[in-house]
Unconditional design. Structure first.
Length: 182
């Protein structure tokens, strides 16, 4: 089990190294205290950094106190899918999931995770979620809502070129808003 995860980590590290040579652009989303309402400080991320590689993949890093959570996305048929290691609550490797996350087509679907045990609020985004992708005017929105605690949501706003310009994370009465500074 550990060997498989270790191999996957080194594989992704190699991909990241070679992808850095083809880095097209980087977008930084910063916490906006004026638009946010936060009572639970551990929900606040320092910043969110999105690296776009050669128009076919992106890496999203959510920074918090010098540490970060990482999400990788790859492009297939003009949509972006999250690449995620699927493990059980006992940390047993089940495989790699591909979850439609960014698209230009309206859709709604439920993702059922192999995990049923949750430790923290931030684990809600890795458990069962309902995805809703919406196109309005020239903007697109992906809403990822926890099926376990429906007050937990992650909302991404992006344009037709998949440039993410806003991210909102909500839980109970908390709303953390991150925007791209111009």
């Amino acid at each position: 089990m550990k060997a498989i995860i270790l191999k996957y980590f080194f594989f992704m590290l190699i991909i990241a190294f070679y992808s850095c040579k083809n880095l097209d652009k980087t977008i930084v989303l910063n916490f906006d205290s004026d638009l946010s309402a936060v009572y639970e400080k551990k929900l606040i991320r320092d910043s969110i950094v999105i690296y776009y590689y050669s128009n076919d993949s992106m890496l999203l890093l959510k920074y918090f106190n010098g540490d970060y959570k990482q999400s990788q996305y790859f492009k297939k048929d003009n949509d972006f899918y999250e690449r995620r290691i699927s493990v059980t609550e006992n940390r047993e490797f089940r495989g790699i999931d591909s979850i439609l996350t960014f698209s230009k087509k309206d859709t709604v679907f439920k993702y059922n995770s192999a995990r049923s045990f949750l430790i923290t609020v931030l684990d809600y985004s890795y458990a069962d979620c309902i995805y809703n992708i919406i196109h309005e005017r020239n903007e697109y929105m992906t809403i990822k809502q926890s099926a376990i605690d429906t007050t937990y949501k992650e909302i991404f706003f992006y344009d037709k070129n998949y440039n993410i310009f806003k991210y909102i994370n909500t839980w109970k009465d908390n709303q953390c808003v991150y925007v791209r500074k111009k």
